[in-house]
Ligand binder design. Structure first.
Ligand SMILES: *Cc1c(COP(=O)(O)O)cnc(C)c1O
Length: 385
């Protein structure tokens, strides 16, 4: 495990342009002008690298990309307008019609829908495997171009031996990709475990304040260059400068936020597990030991109520925990599976993955463990007549 590199959270000064401001300025511009014909010509010929248009290179976005690459141990990174733009641009850079992807089951619902709609129309087939079973993964991989992972997985929180699965993908000649949004580089650095590309929904912990939707991918230069050459300019899902500025600010407190989410999340998971009305808590930190490569846990997990609990009353009695999607910010949130199972989107991942109808997903925020536990106790009492 590579120790977390706190020094990477420092942004280099640009004395000429930034007055030595401790916070970097936002370069909020769409285009950059050239002083001379020759400078423009040299840039177009590729003899000089400098910003031309912000869909390509923007200095504020570039600062965020460089910070994130350092934190994950990547050679380079690319930032996108959303996590889904990072996922779609990355996947489409490595597969073509007629080719195959292997994915672990229980991936992020909209990634599942991307695979089941647009990729299916492009005749790119996605086979789902049980990531906890390396033999099943090894059987599925031959012939696949890309292996898509999450650990832990969305909602059901299955954890995998990431290094072992990445090694299997490498043997099979498949590019391995992992969505590391849950653990963040504070708790898991998949490139050091042999994964080729690491994706994030930066909307979650990297931003950390629920005020930005963004994504990023990092890895070896050759792979990142492939995404940069076509998917970035032509699919065009580029991150905006202001969002990059918010993310640079968010990253600086990432290590202390993650430790606070971990402590509060684990304590609440343990207390829930001790309750009679709770059938099961799916939190990777409740196992005897964490899987290899994962050094800590975040604030997102799920639990299953026993039959007969009024989940509507539970949700409507909570005051600190709000009903809402996403996660990773200051605030605590819940999502009841009962509601998600009725979502109209097709394909519906909650149904496809057999998400338990009495489960609730919880994001434990930074309001304080005792206040949050009091909120849960009151709501559980109201839900169990
Ligand atoms: C939210 C999320 C995404 C999608 O990111 P957006 O920024 O919302 O597009 C991808 N993966 C995981 C695990 C997520 O939670």
């Amino acid at each position: 495990m590579i120790p977390f590199d706190h020094a990477s959270l420092t942004v280099a000064h640009d004395e000429a342009n930034a007055f030595e401001a401790v916070v970097p300025p936002i370069v909020q511009t769409s285009l950059f002008t050239f002083a001379t014909y020759d400078e423009m010509l040299a840039t177009y010929r590729g003899e000089k690298v400098r910003p031309v248009y912000s869909r390509g290179l923007n200095p504020t976005v570039r600062q965020f990309e460089e910070m994130l690459a350092k934190l994950e141990g990547g050679e380079d990174a690319l930032a996108f307008a959303s996590g889904m733009a990072a996922i779609s641009s990355t996947v489409l850079s490595f597969v073509s019609p007629g080719e195959r992807i292997v994915a672990v089951r229980h991936v992020y619902p909209d990634a599942f829908r991307l695979f089941g709609t647009i990729l299916r129309r492009l005749q790119i087939e996605v086979d789902y495997v049980d990531g906890t079973d390396p033999e099943a993964v090894a059987r599925a991989l031959p012939g696949a171009k890309l292996f898509y992972m999450e650990s832990p997985t969305s909602w059901v929180m299955e954890t995998h031996d990431v290094a072992a699965l990445a090694a299997l993908a490498r043997q099979a000649g498949a590019v391995s990709v992992i969505d590391n949004s849950w653990a963040s580089p504070v708790f898991q650095q998949p490139l050091s475990l042999g994964v080729d590309l690491v994706l994030h929904s930066a909307s979650k912990y990297l931003g950390g304040h629920s005020d930005v939707v963004a994504g990023v991918v990092t890895g070896a230069r050759g792979l990142i260059d492939r995404i940069r050459s076509e998917a970035v300019p032509y699919l065009g899902g580029k991150m905006a400068p202001f969002d990059a500025w918010l993310l640079i600010r968010g990253l600086r407190t990432l290590p202390i936020r993650m430790k606070a989410h971990e402590a509060a999340g684990l304590e609440i998971a343990r207390r829930l597990q001790a309750l009679d009305v709770v059938e099961r808590v799916d939190h990777p930190g409740l196992a005897n030991r964490l899987p290899a490569g994962l050094s800590g846990t975040s604030g997102l997990f799920s639990f299953v109520f026993r039959d007969g609990v009024d989940i509507r009353a539970f949700a409507d009695t909570l005051t600190l925990f709000k009903l809402g999607v996403s996660w990773g910010g200051h605030e605590s949130l819940i999502v009841p599976a009962e509601i998600v199972l009725q979502q109209k989107a097709e394909p519906n991942s909650a149904q496809a993955f057999g998400i338990h109808p009495h489960s609730v997903r919880l994001h434990v925020g930074l309001e304080g463990t005792e206040a949050l536990w009091g909120d849960l106790e009151t709501a559980i009492a109201a839900a169990c007549p």
